[in-house]
Design a protein around this ligand. Structure first.
Ligand SMILES: Nc1ncnc2c1ncn2[C@@H]1O[C@H](COP(=O)(O)OP(=O)(O)OP(=O)(O)O)[C@@H](O)[C@H]1O
Ligand SMILES: [Mg+2]
Length: 223
């Protein structure tokens, strides 16, 4: 089986004098379809840097990365951006919803890039509102929601276009423990339904929902 994500000797440095600063060194791993991977490690270890590369947001690195067997390292920025839109959903610690759009409108955003009729988009939005138990919030703006509710909407937005890969950078970092447990329960459910997930987390409890841990320290994989 071809891994969904395959990374070989991935490295990232930034030019500093007298010698470059290394953010990631010789990172090599595979993520199979259906995996739920947690990236862990101390602050500054390179976790967010790695996650942004995996999400195809960052082009300044060396080495090889394959997504569904396609060589990302050989792609032009435009091709990478297209692959990001078709394959990746991303959840941020700070939710990053669009403040001047309602919940429904936020959820519809990722569908704009899909070849869907307006009716189909509305049906998908209705379906996900229902699945996530937030129908009653559909016309509210993000500022009218609690942090946990905003993150629920952000996760719904990340999965509405049915990405192959769901990435999350400390998705419960800004939440109270009961809200955090709800979001982690949701990730577990999405994973049980087949979603492939890579999360960055500092919490052993969160990592316990996944099936594998990748440890980073000073840019290196801890083995
Ligand atoms: N564009 C940049 N320019 C300079 N240094 C950078 C840049 N991006 C990241 N770094 C540095 O790279 C290191 C790794 O940062 P990164 O954000 O990936 O860490 P992290 O593991 O996510 O930490 P945290 O747990 O605090 O979120 C840090 O030392 C950071 O200062
Ligand atoms: Mg980080």
């Amino acid at each position: 089986m071809t891994p969904l994500v395959s990374v070989r000797n991935l490295e990232k440095s930034i030019p500093t004098k007298p010698s470059p600063t290394w953010l990631l060194r010789r990172i090599t791993f595979d993520v199979n379809e259906g995996d739920f991977v947690s990236i862990m490690g101390p602050s500054g270890a390179g976790k967010s840097t790695l996650l942004h590369i995996l999400g195809l947001y960052d082009h300044g690195w060396q080495g090889e990365m394959f997504l569904e067997g396609q060589p990302v390292h050989a792609m032009k920025p435009k091709e990478r951006a297209a692959l990001n839109r078709s394959h990746v959903g991303f959840v941020f610690q700070q939710f990053h919803l669009l403040d001047d759009l309602t919940v429904s409108e936020n959820l519809e955003e990722p569908l704009r890039y899909r070849d869907l009729k307006s009716g189909e988009r509305q049906a998908r939005v209705g379906d996900i509102l229902d699945r996530f138990g937030i129908v009653g919030k559909k016309d509210l703006y993000p500022s009218q929601l609690s942090g946990g509710q905003q993150q629920l909407v952000a996760v719904a937005r990340a999965v509405i276009a049915r990405p192959r890969l769901l990435l999350a950078d400390e998705p419960t970092g800004n939440l109270h423990s009961d809200q955090a447990r709800e979001i982690m329960g949701l990730f577990k459910r999405l994973n049980d339904e087949g979603a492939t997930i890579i999360q960055v987390t500092h919490s052993q409890e969160n990592a316990a929902h996944g099936n594998r841990v990748i440890k980073l320290r000073d840019g290196w994989m801890d083995t």
